[in-house]
Design a binder for this molecule. Structure first.
Ligand SMILES: [Zn+2]
Length: 263
């Protein structure tokens, strides 16, 4: 519990750190997102729960960006804690939203490769699970099935996505069928979503690790698909949950595979 009251409480838990020339990491106690703001425009990667709209706006303001300045949102995967803000931006500002072609069905919420209530209840005895489940209820705002129907696959030119920051997109599946990571090579920054994380309320582990297996569509696949980014030369890794990792991306990947899932 934090002791904040009033207006401060609404913004409690948000921290925005500049991690490279143009990349900012927005960290909250539940989920993270990333703001690229450069001379070529603004790209948001992931966007929090729909109930975190105030935090999303605050994070953009800290970077000097208004919501309608966001040119495009890239979604690592179509889970409620990553696409709520994108749904709001798309609806209110017509913001373009992209995801890997294999992930679009999740982002459109035509399919749900997401942990179900039954799995949560069966694991409710594990430390952290019940508090986590209770905490996210208000963040879902009664719209756990909210998707982004307008989302499309991104335009690619010369191997990179043709949006501000020109990141490279790589499929790192297993968490969902089309989970992707985005590497801003000029910034030395790799945004990994939930391919691996550095912490989560439902896990006793610290540092790079795989999320508990109930969160994955194919838990066995997650570790092997990380091979796809083992040669990344990024020096900053930004996960969907937990703190930023400063150091070689390959070392973070190795550490996550070694640690595996807590359960
Ligand atoms: Zn996820």
């Amino acid at each position: 519990m934090d002791g904040d009251t009033g207006a401060g409480a609404a913004l409690s838990g948000l921290r925005v750190d500049r991690v490279s020339a143009h990349v900012h990491f927005a960290h909250t106690e539940h989920v993270n997102w990333v703001v690229y703001s450069g001379p070529d425009g603004v790209t948001l990667v992931d966007s929090g729960y729909v109930g975190q709209q105030g935090l999303l706006e605050a994070s953009l303001a800290q970077v000097g960006v208004k919501p309608d300045d966001v040119d495009v949102v890239l979604i690592t995967h179509g889970h409620a804690d990553h696409l709520g803000g994108a749904a709001w931006l798309a609806e209110h500002f017509g913001t373009t939203v992209h995801a890997h072609p294999r992930e679009l069905a999740n982002v459109h919420r035509e399919v749900f490769e997401q942990v179900g209530t039954g799995q949560v209840l069966r694991n409710g005895w594990r430390p952290g699970v019940a508090p986590w489940a209770l905490a996210i209820v208000p963040l879902l705002d009664g719209r756990a099935d909210l998707g982004v129907p307008s989302a499309t696959e991104p335009p690619v030119r010369d191997g990179r996505i043709d949006v501000p920051g020109r990141p490279r997109m790589r499929l790192v599946d297993g968490h969902t069928s089309g989970h992707a990571v985005f590497e801003f090579e000029g910034e030395g920054v790799l945004v990994v979503g939930d391919a691996f994380v550095t912490g989560h309320r439902t896990s006793p582990l610290q540092g790079p690790q795989l999320l508990p297996s109930m969160f994955h569509r194919d838990a066995a696949r997650v570790a092997t698909s990380l091979d796809g980014i083992a040669s990344s030369e990024a020096r900053v890794v930004l996960p969907g949950h937990g703190e930023a990792w400063f150091g070689p991306a390959y070392a973070a990947v190795d550490a996550a595979v070694d640690a595996g899932s807590a359960w």
